[in-house]
Design a protein around this ligand. Sequence first.
Ligand SMILES: [Zn+2]
Length: 188
Amino acid sequence: MAECQLCGNTDAYIHFGTELLCLDCFNEKMVKKLGVRVTSYPEGVMIRDGQGKVHRLRLRKRLDPIGFIMEAKAEETDGYEFVVHGALDVDQEELFLQLIAKAERGMAELYVDQGHFPNGQSYNTMKNDRLAGRIAYDPDEDVVPKLVVDGKSYTWNEIGKMLMAYEGFQIKLETLDSSDEIKWQDKR
Ligand SMILES: [Zn+2]
């Protein structure tokens, strides 16, 4: 992990001009610049998904010239990730609650089920004939992405195999900004 150029913390990941800073130092700089006080919040939360599995999400709040960005990100790579944005004068407590509520809703429906062939080999199916997730870079593929669904990553090929069961069906595909929320018309 990279070292913060101001405090030496080893969790630096924010580029600020020519400096690489940790979140605390970045927030502190922004507070001085924008005159907004950053209220404290928990380091992390544990949320159960629709099947009762507990996921640990790390919380981060960042103050930017445009406002607050708060994210909840699973500790494991390619896990759940939720983001909310708020204006500079947003009620930060409220923003935190919005983030948690968004994460809970986002983890309520699980999309992929694992089945097993008689020979023991496993296969994935789309439980409710639909799928939502996050597009992520796949270092093994380079030209096609992988999708993070249910807090787990699936290769483009695995997604394709799941779709094979729907040959002849129609499909709709829509991309949304990370701060938007995926909503379905009906609950399944
Ligand atoms: Zn620092």
